[in-house]
Design a protein around this ligand. Structure first.
Ligand code: F6R
Length: 637
């Protein structure tokens, strides 16, 4: 029965930000600062730390700016305490400032709170607390949590911090991952979660809390996932038996002890989250693409065809699929556009691709045979998660293609394909983009094979061609000089146009997104054939136009568009296949790719546009890994 999903959608709001907490035998500060540095992808307009000393005093150090500025500031303090919480912020309520930076304290500085999320009813709570005599210092929503806990401690909770936190969360509307410390509990940390991610772990020497497992890299591989509505008490007591000294107890929202918290293991390569000699993470992540793809392709072809066991879907269910919705945001949305063409061409299943932020407010046609595929590097993008929940509620099966193990997307989906690209730290997505495209190729081949639309021989041929892609990317990486040479075309420009047709239109869109996000140069992508319906008016002498025109079925058509812009004075930078004399004559700069099947060219060609964006951003003096206003994980709708 066809069901139309109405415009009813629960709001899944959360602000970005990253939090970490520690209590244990060692000094807390090194972990807190390292953890914040790792979580800086979640936001970096201000940062702060609260340290709890034996002497029953909380020291709060916070500032506007990056974690590095906080680390500098911390050097001025005697920072030996072994319990602390810390925060890196992406402002939603209250401008970025020293005062609005977390942690936030109660009226008397007896407790300190960090928070990732949004308290939607904070104004109402603040008015109530102010009327009761509480004194607020910041304009944030978070500060109400500190005062609400303080108020509860005085009243119903009678000094019991867990109960006070439990009562506070029962009054709050919105989303949160919270960590709290209190002066009279020098070896304890209290946390709560609803809607924003929070993971916990213990080692022999301490108990840890973090927004994301990456902050625990090199510390442990066994992690507790705090579930929505749960709270936890983390403690360290040197007098307990060995192995028991650090302890985590998890509670439901009603205070009942959770006997078996949800746990998972992570297969770490700790070095993956360091720069390893590269000038920036983006450079490193661009270079890692061949390896990431090889890893993903390992053992994917068996005698039975493409192995995609993760899909957990029967041949009968595949045969019955009537439509696929692919939902994603930003760069991951571009992967969806490529995936659509592959699935429709090879498996002949109709595919709709939607940007999650739009999809969530549209009516969608879902039957019990509809498959929803969400693509998300971080697995935490609020809009994408909301789409998955909407599709689930409408009865569709949800498959997540994601990079982050144990992410919300992975946990909520019915099936997960991990793209195994390793931690992606730079805000601009590169290796996750190409790995997600490769995962989409595998999905398309798998569906084509299982629906009988592609014979085993052809599947095998296409897989073998796919296995050559990492080598071809390696070849493109050696041609970075071509991208560097093209940089002068952009340094004084106000804007740039990216054109392409078919797969090339998506590569152009991704190239434009990369350029604008890291170089702050306006860039617009347009299907090349559409250009004459408007954007051609932009072209003037020296206007940079990047044309994606590899040797594919639309090459001749795209060459006409190159001629059109050239005739109007544009500086033309063309992504073309080796030895294309015609294009060489027409272009001012060439970004050359080795010959490859046209359905794999988007995976290879985009590497040039990633490098081009990086060189232009470097020439314009921009911060490559942390572009202004952006955060890696967009957990706000
Ligand atoms: C651009 C970029 C963003 C993300 C988007 C979705 O380089 O990284 O456009 O692609 O925010 O993020 P994920 O894939 O984590 O859902």
């Amino acid at each position: 029965m066809r069901k139309v999903w109405p415009l009813r959608l629960k709001k899944w709001l959360a602000n970005m930000c990253g939090i970490v907490g520690y209590t244990g035998k060692d000094e807390a500060l090194p972990f807190l600062i390292d953890g914040l540095m790792t979580l800086e992808y979640r936001g970096y307009d201000s940062a702060g730390v609260a340290l709890l000393g034996e002497k029953g005093k909380i020291e709060q150090i916070k500032c506007k700016g990056r974690v590095a500025a906080l680390a500098e500031l911390c050097k001025k303090f005697d920072t030996t305490p072994t319990t602390g919480i810390a925060h890196t912020r992406w402002a939603t309520h209250g401008e970025p400032s020293d005062t609005n930076a977390h942690p936030h304290a109660d009226c008397f500085g007896t407790l300190s709170v960090v928070h990732n999320g949004i308290i939607e009813n904070y104004q109402e709570l603040r008015a109530e607390l102010e009327a009761a005599g509480h004194n607020f210092k910041s304009t944030t929503d978070t500060e109400v949590i500190a005062h609400l806990v303080e108020e509860n401690l005085k009243r119903e909770a009678k000094g019991d911090l867990l109960l006070a936190l439990q009562l506070a969360t029962s009054r709050m509307v919105g989303s949160w991952a919270i960590a709290v410390i209190k002066v009279d509990a020098p070896h304890e940390l209290y946390v709560a979660r609803s809607g924003s991610p929070l993971v916990l772990a213990t080692t022999d020497t301490g108990a840890y809390a973090a927004s994301d497992v990456t902050a625990l890299a090199g510390i442990t591989s066994h992690v507790i996932n705090l579930e929505d509505g749960q709270l936890a008490h983390l403690s360290y007591d040197a007098t307990r038996a060995k192995g028991e000294q650090a302890r985590i107890e998890v509670f439901e929202s009603d205070g009942a002890l959770v006997k078996k918290p949800d746990t998972f293991d992570i297969d770490w390569d700790a070095s993956a989250a360091t720069m390893g000699g590269y000038p920036d993470f983006m450079a490193k992540e661009i270079a890692e693409q061949p390896e990431a793809i090889r890893r993903l392709l390992k053992d994917r072809l068996t005698k039975e065809g493409i192995r995609l066991d993760e899909l957990n879907i029967s041949p009968k269910e595949i045969a019955a699929i009537d439509r696929i919705y692919i939902v994603a945001c930003g760069t991951s949305y571009h992967v969806g556009l490529i995936a659509r063409t592959l699935i429709e061409t090879w498996a002949k299943i109709p595919v709709v691709v939607e940007q999650a932020s739009e999809f969530n407010y549209e009516e969608v046609l879902v039957t019990q045979h509809t498959l929803c595929v969400i693509i998300t590097q971080s697995g935490e993008t609020a809009d994408t998660l909301a789409s998955a929940r909407k599709m689930h509620a409408a009865g569709a099966k949800v498959l997540a293609i994601t990079n982050v193990i144990g992410s919300s997307a992975a946990r909520e989906a019915d099936a997960v394909v991990y793209v195994q690209a390793g931690p992606e730290v730079s805000v601009a997505s590169t290796k996750a983009y190409t790995a997600q495209m490769v995962a989409s190729v595998l999905l398309a081949l798998f569906l084509a094979e299982k629906t009988g639309m592609m014979g085993p021989r052809e599947v095998e041929n296409k897989f073998e061609e796919l296995q050559r892609v990492p080598d071809l990317i390696e070849e493109v990486l050696t041609r970075a000089w071509q991208d560097e040479a093209a940089t002068p075309a952009f340094t004084d420009a106000q804007s740039a146009l990216f054109l392409g047709r078919s797969f090339g239109a998506t590569t152009a869109a991704e190239g434009a997104l990369k350029l604008k996000e890291i170089s702050y140069l306006h860039a617009e992508a347009y299907p090349a054939g559409e250009m004459k319906h408007g954007p051609i008016a932009l072209i003037d002498n020296g206007f940079p136009v990047v044309v994606v025109c590899p040797d594919d079925h639309v090459r001749y058509k795209t060459i006409s568009n190159i001629e059109e812009v050239k005739a109007r004075g544009a500086t033309v930078i063309t992504l073309a296949t080796d030895n294309d004399q015609k294009i060489a004559q027409l272009s001012d700069y060439l970004l050359l790719v080795p010959p490859a099947p046209e359905y794999y060219t988007p995976i290879i060609g985009v590497v040039h546009l990633q490098m081009l964006a990086r060189f232009v951003a470097l020439a314009r003096g921009c911060d490559i890994d942390k572009p202004r206003n952006l955060a890696k994980s967009v957990t706000v709708e």
